[in-house]
Design a binder for this molecule. Structure first.
Ligand code: C5P
Length: 311
């Protein structure tokens, strides 16, 4: 018996075309356990999807070509784009080099932001193309391809929340979910500093801890949907090296933290900083206070309020 396929919001599904939304993620907890012989790091992370989405419009094409277009057009649509990698890896795995597709990616999730945007796009491509190419691969088969594309891709096949181990690619779904747009559950203020951070650079400067922090407290707070307890328990080992690379991100985090009862933290390898709030009203007022109190010598950041994501 195969696992159910991941639930991405689908706006349109035709016979040979589909439009799928790819959510951003936040790391509410991220601890590094050890450096591995293959150069990656074993980690533990609580990842949750939030209501900020790229969209992928996919249509099967008869000519065996994979054609990607992106919006904004400044984004790479070449073979280095993870959507391209996903499409190629999927048809290779299915032994079907004849399959083609035209894919249009609308990008809303900032890049180099610690939000997993590229990984989420890749996962959505796997799900969508599996459908329109009628390959009927199981979730487990898609997960195996996902791990080959990037460490975070598997998470986006475990929506809306998961406890992630290994190099991030071993996921245990969290049954509890934060609020969606339809209720008054926890929300997040997202701050996008005007600088991106390279994941590779962050890992280069990382000091692996002798005694890793436990994620038990943050998991309990998450399950209780308690934004303030979540804020007290949240932890990210990658903050320290990221703040060395871009001190402005720490400055922004400190200022946001002072404005919010539950504090603030960086997501993943940065540069996005987020503040968990009890509800949308509180999040809107924290966001407004953050924008209004910006010192003249701090560069302007884009600010957004998002809900947790429930399929
Ligand atoms: O897997 P992905 O290609 O997204 O990882 C990007 C880089 O981040 C890797 O090349 C590696 O340097 C670092 N990384 C790591 N340990 C992880 C995930 C990523 O060292 N668990």
């Amino acid at each position: 018996h195969a696992d159910p396929l991941p639930v991405h919001p689908t706006f349109f599904a035709g016979r040979d075309s589909v439009v799928i939304a790819a959510p951003a993620k936040l790391n509410l907890f991220l601890e590094i356990l050890r450096k591995r012989p293959d150069g990656y790091h074993d980690l533990e992370s609580l990842m949750v999807a939030v209501g900020l989405f790229d969209t992928l419009e996919m249509r099967a094409a008869p000519n065996g070509a994979i054609a990607l277009t992106c919006e904004p057009a400044t984004l790479s649509s070449g073979t280095d784009n993870l959507v391209h990698k996903a499409a190629t890896a999927l048809r290779t795995r299915a032994n079907r080099p004849d399959l083609g597709a035209s894919i249009h990616l609308t990008k809303r999730i900032p890049t180099q932001a610690g939000l997993g945007g590229g990984s989420s796009d890749a996962a959505a491509a796997l799900v969508g193309l599996n459908q329109i190419w009628k390959l009927a691969l199981t979730r487990e088969e898609l997960v195996a391809i996902a791990a080959f594309i990037g460490s975070d891709v598997a998470f986006f096949l475990s929506l809306p929340a998961a406890w992630c181990t290994g190099r991030g690619d071993v996921t245990t779904p969290e049954s509890a979910a934060l609020g969606s747009g339809t209720d008054s559950g926890p929300c997040f203020v997202l701050v996008f500093p005007p600088v991106g951070i390279s994941t590779v650079e962050v890992y280069k400067r990382l000091a692996v801890p002798n005694e890793p922090v436990s994620g038990d407290r943050v998991r309990a707070a998450y399950r209780a949907r308690d934004a303030v307890a979540l804020g007290r328990a949240m932890f990210n080992r990658l903050e320290e090296p990221a703040f060395v690379i871009e001190p402005i991100v720490d400055r922004i985090r400190k200022r946001l933290s002072q404005l919010n009862a539950a504090g603030a933290m960086m997501s993943g390898s940065g540069s996005t900083v987020f503040a968990p709030c009890r509800d949308a009203r509180e999040a809107q007022s924290v966001a407004a206070a953050f924008t209004d109190s910006r010192p003249a010598d701090e560069p302007e950041s884009r600010v957004l309020v998002v809900h947790g994501f429930t399929p």
